[in-house]
Each structure stands twice: as C-alpha cells, then as structure tokens.
Design a protein around this ligand. Structure first.
Ligand SMILES: Cc1cc2nc3c(=O)[nH]c(=O)nc-3n(C[C@H](O)[C@H](O)[C@H](O)COP(=O)(O)OP(=O)(O)OC[C@H]3O[C@@H](n4cnc5c(N)ncnc54)[C@H](O)[C@@H]3O)c2cc1C
Length: 403
C-alpha cells in the first residue's frame, strides 16, 4: 500500500496502530471466535477505545475527524491481519456513513458517539428472504401510527446481525410505490440484558432456541451457517409489530430511503474493493513465502516456471487492481465517484480476489486445502465478496446502464 498516492505519514501511523490492535487483541482469540461464530463485543469496545471506529466521523460526534482514506487504512490492515470476524466494514465503513450523510442533528448526537466508542454495534438491513437484488420490491413495511412507525417483515443475511444494537432498516413506508415508497429507519434492537451479554466470557449469541428475542416485536434468527466469514455474525432479523418512534426515520422525511441507499452504495462497494485488493496482496505475500520454502523435484517451488508465471500474473493483476482502487478512493474523497465506476471496482476487484486467491491456493498443493493454512480461509471468505453489496451481475447491469 506504500505506493498509494493519497497516503501520508499519518496513514502509516494509523496502520501501525491498527496492526497492533489486531495482532494483540483480536488474532489471539481467532479460533474461539471462529467456533462461536461471532466476534466478541469487547473487541468493538477496544477498537473504540483506540479511536479506530468512526475514523471519518466528525470529532463533535466522537469520531476521528478524518476522511475515507482513514477508513481504507483500517479495512486494509484488518484484511492483512487475517481477521474477518469484526464487522468493521459495515459498522464503521457503512452505518456511520448513513448517519453522517443523512441523519438529523438529533440522530447524529444520539447514535454516533456510541458507534464510535464501540458500545453500540451497527448493521444495515436491506436484503429479504424473498430477494436482495430487486430492492424496490422489498416487502418489509413501516407504517405510521401516531408518533410511531410499526414495522413488519423479515430481513436476512444481515452482517453483524447477531450482535447489532442499531440496525438501519430499509422498509416501505408507502407500499403502493416502488423506489419512492422506501424509507430508512433506525431500529434500536439491543437485547434486554445486553450488559450480561457484554461480560460473559464466551459471549455466545448462539442459543439452543432457534431465535433470540430483543425488544418487543423484534427477534433474531440463528446465526447463518456459512462456508466462509465464519467469525462474523450473519443473521436473519424478524419484525413483528415492532415500534420505533417517528423521530427514528433517517433524515426525517419519508420516501427518501432508496435515494439514500443509492447515495451510499458507491462507498459500500468501495469498502468491498478495499478488502479485495488487500486480500490479493496478502495471498501473494503468503504464497511467495511458501513457494520459497517448499521443494519439489529437488528445487524450491519458486524455481519451477509455472509457479513463477502464475505469481507474475497474480502480482500484475493485483498491482493494476491497487492502482484502480487508489484512483477510486481519490475520486470518492473528492466526492466524484460515480455509481458505474464504483460498480466496476466492486465487480472487477472481487472477481480478481477470487481468481488470485484460488490460483495462490493451488500453489500450496494439499496444504492449501487445509484450515491450517490461512489461504484456505481466504478462499472461503473471498466467495461472498462477489455476492454482497449487490451481486457482480447487478454491478454489470449498473455499468451497462451508464454506457
Ligand atoms: C456473507 C453475506 C453478508 C451479507 N450482508 C448483508 C448485509 O449486511 N445487509 C444486507 O442487506 N444484505 C446482506 N447480504 C445480502 C446480499 O446483499 C444479497 O445476498 C445479494 O444482494 C443478492 O441477493 P439475493 O441473495 O436475494 O439473490 P437474488 O437477488 O435472488 O439473486 C440470485 C442470482 O440471480 C442474479 N440476478 C438477480 N437479478 C438479476 C438481474 N436483473 N440480472 C442478472 N442477474 C440477476 C443474481 O446476480 C444472483 O446471481 C449479505 C450476503 C452474504 C452472503
């Protein structure tokens, strides 16, 4: 990342802090976290204590007062550390972004400090069991009754959904409309007795019951069993006459939700691209080290022409990806990243991640298929990148529309 043109000495200092946080606080618990299927709450709080959450949130709301480049350093270093349990991309890279961009002054003051301190965990819920790509067809309803909205519906695949205290929920406030009927509501869904959940050591949110009940009208499904990203709590959320005060409508005006989503999705897609490029770089680093050690037919693997060709191709794809990503980051900081370019970044960088990680895994031979080697986890984790944040097929639709 040293070559990134937007990088200043302060980014290097931040990177060092993030690296130390993951090395000392998070990675030593990796096996337990993978087994329990979600990160520890404590890890969010420690990240908050170090000032790593809400790096681009203005200081008056408890944030770091930086910009998107600081978020980029955080996410890049997390990927390099090998952790995919803490949902920082969503919590810090996405949820706080919605509040900063669209929240009323009262909403910002109410939730941003907790999100930046890591005492509140954030999630965003768009996808429903019946469909994620066609967002305008969502079925979840939030209908106004007096001073409240009454929410009914279900969301699924929600990252951080097992632990989340704050969910930015996409719902129809006018079910007769498609895009213009969508609004975003901030749902406070901390489990009663959250204090207990914060302190008990296993911190497990897996329970024998199929669901856990939160405040009245809200419950979480079991954590979804996935092929990768096993340390992150991806969950279904159910709303059954769940009431939120009308003051929780993001931005305070109904019907703006779809436009708000469209406004923030380029950042969400760039966040995914940052993870993709960091993963490619890490995969190459791990593989180069391995092929220098391992021998076959009397010489190190790196001495075989195929190994050299594969790594040269992967390194080239990765370098080109880094340059494109850096360009997108710079455009985004200037407020100029358009929907089509963000879609190109998301699709091309995640396709590249899957390709590079797969080819690197091959160079590990049988060991690459065992969980002893991090390349195996990287392979399983990478696959989701082509799906969430809008599938890569939808990205191509968006690109084609702009042609
Ligand atoms: C690990 C993980 C974490 C996630 N986290 C979140 C989260 O935090 N919040 C959230 O809201 N969602 C989240 N998602 C959901 C994700 O965004 C959706 O899975 C995704 O948008 C696709 O929706 P779907 O699964 O309903 O697939 P569908 O929409 O049913 O699509 C199925 C297939 O059809 C294709 N397809 C659909 N429409 C078209 C079209 N018009 N043209 C061409 N092909 C098409 C798709 O590309 C896909 O290949 C997460 C998913 C995963 C796996």
């Amino acid at each position: 990342m040293g070559a990134s043109p937007w990088r200043e000495p302060e980014h290097d200092e931040l990177a060092e802090l993030v690296r130390a946080f993951f090395t000392k606080e998070v990675r030593p618990h990796a096996d337990r976290v993978l087994a329990q299927g979600h990160p520890d709450r404590e890890h969010y709080r420690k990240a908050g204590d170090l000032g790593l959450l809400g790096l681009s949130v203005p200081v008056e709301y408890g944030g770091g007062g930086g910009n998107f480049t600081h978020e980029a350093v955080l996410l890049d270093e997390q990927m390099r550390s090998g952790d995919s349990s803490l949902g920082l991309a969503v919590h810090s890279g996405i949820v706080t972004g919605y509040l900063v961009a669209y929240g009323t002054e009262e909403q910002k003051q109410r939730w941003l400090p907790g999100l930046c301190a890591g005492t509140l965990i954030g999630a965003i819920a768009m996808t429903e069991p019946d469909g994620g790509s066609d967002l305008q067809a969502m079925r979840t309803r939030a209908l106004r009754e007096g001073d409240d909205y009454v929410i009914n519906g279900a969301k699924t695949f929600i990252s951080n959904g097992g632990l989340a205290d704050i969910v930015i929920l996409a719902a129809k406030t006018d079910p007769t409309q498609r895009a213009s009927g969508v609004s975003l509501l901030i749902c406070e869904v901390s489990d009663p007795g959250k204090a207990g959940a914060e302190t008990h050591e296993s911190g497990s949110v897996r329970e024998d019951d199929a669901t856990r009940h939160g405040p009245t009208g809200f419950r979480r499904g079991r954590l979804l069993s996935k092929i990768g990203l096993k340390g992150n709590d991806t969950a279904e959320l159910f709303f059954d006459d769940f009431r939120v005060p009308a003051t929780n409508l993001l931005g305070g005006t109904e019907g703006l939700g779809f436009a708000q989503l469209m406004g923030q999705l380029p950042q969400e897609r760039l966040v995914i691209g940052i993870g993709a490029v960091a993963a490619m770089e890490r995969a190459i680093e791990l593989t180069v080290a391995y092929v220098k050690e391992r021998t076959a037919f009397g010489k190190p693997l790196i001495g075989h022409q195929n190994t050299r060709m594969v790594l040269a191709e992967c390194a080239t794809r990765t370098r080109v990806s880094r340059v494109f990503l850096d360009d997108c980051i710079a455009e985004h900081v200037r407020g100029e990243l358009d929907v089509a370019t963000a879609a190109m970044a998301k699709y091309w960088l995640t396709d590249g991640q899957c390709e590079v990680v797969d080819r690197c895994l091959q160079l590990f031979g049988g060991y690459g298929y065992t969980t002893e080697y991090p390349i195996a986890q990287m392979y399983a984790d990478a696959r989701a990148q082509k799906i969430y944040g809008g599938t890569n097929e939808i990205m191509k639709e968006l690109i084609a529309r702009a042609l």
